[in-house]
Design a protein around this ligand. Structure first.
Ligand SMILES: [Zn+2]
Ligand SMILES: [Zn+2]
Length: 267
């Protein structure tokens, strides 16, 4: 079984909609999907998806490029993140590539996400583009190590991976690791400890080879796993097993408390 630790199900366009995307993923051996929030408009849909599909978990957050200049509605976010199936806070972080100008608002919003994650004891899903020093600094300043999380769609160097892992974070590889021009990233994947490795698609974006440039979907996480297996000289089953264990270790506390909450409310 494989897990797609980061996808955006409602943005994938397929005849039959989300049901068809999930069916295709299950047929491809993807046992669980973490559907990640972009902005507050996406939250109700994600919460519904978790209720409808036991193989789907969700995160609640506002992407660093979404709603530029705005602050978080803390009360709304706490309420949304309290729903069953919400296992993480994000995606949050810093993106200096796609946003321009004075990005103090982005940093402030990132800090707010960390505060909420700490209040709720849920791990963080962190997006970082051309901002690695500020991302690590803010994670440290806000004591993000108390909840940990994942550096999603990782594209930085081994040293940055090490600094994130020192804070209890996992490193997630997307289809980018399969791209021809990603030799440096493959080197990171080759050398980092397996017990901190996750896999994701970030679908509908960043389809791996041989589907690069087309719409991505969770079923394609297999290509990421195959690439990592080859790099590490391990069978695919081993990569599948380790990344699945890692996923549940990181998100298990949240998944467990949800199950317990559901058990309590139904008794
Ligand atoms: Zn992202
Ligand atoms: Zn994403």
């Amino acid at each position: 079984m494989l897990i797609d630790s980061h996808c955006h199900l409602p943005e994938i366009e397929m005849p039959g909609g989300v049901a068809a995307v999930i069916a295709e993923a299950q047929q491809a051996g993807i046992g669980h999907l973490l559907c990640v929030a972009i902005d507050a408009q996406t939250w109700p849909n994600l919460i519904n998806l978790c209720q409808e599909y036991p193989c789907v978990s969700a995160s609640i957050g506002v992407h660093p490029n979404a709603n530029p200049g705005t602050v978080l509605d803390r009360a709304a976010m706490l309420a949304a993140a309290g729903n069953a199936g919400v296992v993480a806070i994000g995606e949050t972080g810093l993106d200096y590539f796609r946003s321009e100008g004075d990005l103090a608002w982005q940093q402030e919003r990132f800090r707010e996400h960390i505060h909420i994650a700490r209040d709720l004891k849920k791990p963080l899903i962190v997006h970082s583009r051309e901002a690695r020093d500020d991302v690590i600094r803010i994670l440290k300043e806000e004591s993000a190590h108390t909840v940990g999380g994942v550096m999603h769609c990782f594209v930085d160097d081994l040293e940055t991976a090490g600094r994130a892992m020192d804070l209890g974070f996992y490193i997630s590889f997307s289809g980018i690791v399969t791209f021809r021009n990603a030799a440096a990233l493959r080197e990171v994947a080759k050398q980092m400890p397996l017990e901190r490795m996750l896999i994701e698609t970030d679908a509908p974006y960043l389809a791996p080879m041989p589907h690069r440039g087309k719409q991505n979907r969770p079923a394609f996480v297999r290509y990421v796993a195959e690439c990592l297996a080859e790099l590490r000289g391990l069978p695919l089953e081993e990569i599948a097993c380790v990344t699945t264990e890692n996923f549940y270790r990181l998100f298990l506390a949240s998944i467990n408390s949800d199950t317990q909450a559901t058990a309590r409310s139904s008794s």
